[in-house]
Write a protein that binds this ligand. Sequence first.
Ligand code: FES
Length: 87
Amino acid sequence: ISTTSGLSESGVLHPLQRAFLDTFATQCGFCTPGMLMAAKVLLDHTPNPSRDEVVEALSGNICRCTGYEPIIQAVLTAARSNSQNAA
Ligand code: FES
């Protein structure tokens, strides 16, 4: 079982965690672990997802705070970051 505790390595935030902070995608934080892990599964299988693919991947998680857009932007930001680091 993978959890958010296993995302960061040696105290360095995972690109998704960094992007969630940078885009203010976390407010109360209740949905954040589920959003992060759903996004991680998406990026593991689809490293460069479309916006629609991100929306679909996160659709099983409910957020009462953000209106979803910051979370979607965080996932797209992390995907861009990953592709830039891989180049
Ligand atoms: Fe509060 Fe998503 S940040 S439920």
